[in-house]
Design a protein around this ligand. Sequence first.
Ligand code: ZN
Length: 76
Amino acid sequence: MGWIIVTAVVIAAAFILCALYVKQIAKHKFRCKECSEEFTLNWKTILFSQHYDNQYEIRCPHCGHKGCTEISGKDK
Ligand SMILES: [Zn+2]
């Protein structure tokens, strides 16, 4: 029965790592490609959005354009 515990631990660890990764991204700011407005996003929105590199297929809350760029969260 040990494999059930191992599997459960592995799945739990994967979920935790995924949640931590997404929450880290949620601290970052995003900039709309169309109107250049900056905004932050709910981590759930990021989790279910498609992205490649720092480009996210997320709808801008200001103008409705789909597609924004992640801005580095390292700067103040
Ligand atoms: Zn916009």
